[in-house]
Ligand binder design. Sequence first.
Ligand SMILES: Cc1cc2nc3c(=O)[nH]c(=O)nc-3n(C[C@H](O)[C@H](O)[C@H](O)COP(=O)(O)OP(=O)(O)OC[C@H]3O[C@@H](n4cnc5c(N)ncnc54)[C@H](O)[C@@H]3O)c2cc1C
Length: 367
Amino acid sequence: MPLQRTDWDAIIIGGGPAGSTAARYAAEGGAEVLVIDGRDPIGSPLQCGELVPSNDEMRRLCPDVPDIDDLLRTSEHAISLRTTEMHLVPPSGKSLRYPFEGLVLNRVAHDEDLVKLALSSGAEYLVGTRVAEIDSNTVTLADGSQFTAKVIIGAGGHNDPLRKSHWDVDSLNIPVKFVLMDGVFSDALELHFGSVAPGGYAWAFPKQGGANIGLGIQRRLAKGKSLNRYSEEFFSRYEGKISFRGAGSLPMSGTIPRFVKENHLLVGDAAGMVLPSNGAGITIAMIGGRIAGQVVAEHLSVKTPLEEYEARWNIQMGKVMRNSKFAFKLGTLMFRSPDWFLNLMFNRLTKPFIWRAVTCKSLFSLR
Ligand SMILES: Cc1cc2nc3c(=O)[nH]c(=O)nc-3n(C[C@H](O)[C@H](O)[C@H](O)COP(=O)(O)OP(=O)(O)OC[C@H]3O[C@@H](n4cnc5c(N)ncnc54)[C@H](O)[C@@H]3O)c2cc1C
């Protein structure tokens, strides 16, 4: 149904985890919010490895983020499988094993739930129509129709149109391919490193009746071999029937320096909110989305400066993101080494340090 009104408090471009969460909290705070998304339905087709940490694990990973249970309300029907162990696998196959509470999602259902939450808070959605241009307070859609808002949030992922037109900053985007495979798999989450996925990693995450298996590389380290070849070689290690193939891109250089410019904000992948040392983006986009939504609502009601969004992000996630960026840089250096060296590096002595790097803890302090 076409929308009757064109003027809004806030327009959010993209209704993924970042955009729908920002919409939910901005609407809860009293703002009149329109979310515009090019997809219909939002969340389809799947582009994800579908792993998120449990809420308890999130409290350990991101100790400065408040009210995790209010933010992350994953419903049972959006969970395919609960896991308790993660294996970090070097080229030798001799994995380091760690306890890790993970939820392997039905990501499409998960994102649909986030839309429902935002709708129930009062946000409105316009789907199946892409934003073509943003100019100050005006958003122009591909069909030429226009909407205006006091605040515009870019939550359109790594190709966000607001980021592309108004921010002059590059991110390292890692191309990724993945499949859903039917079959019987180990109960543990697997992350593989080394020449199997130069500069990136490969994953196998068990699901109910199958697994989500994927791989991302840094092209400059791939020695001319295509992502397709790397991924097909990795998929062929597993036995099962491929029921779905997908691809995408992950921003892996961490957050960009500024998320706010005048009345424009970026959130989620658009702002680089993926932890580069482990590829976690869903829950991190939601942390950013909550802060952005709350600050926009306060800005509209009591004139809180929009820059407060950056300040609160830094309090809640600054340390975790800094540690993760550092670990990724270290990892990129390490993963350039030949496989025999990596095999030596994965040992009982380095085991706790490798885990601290993957889980974004400082390598040199005990916290
Ligand atoms: C293959 C792959 C595997 C991944 N695996 C994991 C994983 O296992 N765990 C994890 O935590 N993270 C994973 N991620 C990262 C995670 O998916 C992202 O970090 C997360 O989706 C970011 O949410 P977002 O809302 O910022 O962006 P998105 O989820 O990308 O949502 C952006 C939305 O904006 C819309 N949009 C874009 N441009 C426009 C436009 N011009 N007009 C209108 N709408 C627009 C899109 O249609 C989309 O719905 C993976 C990513 C990829 C690509």
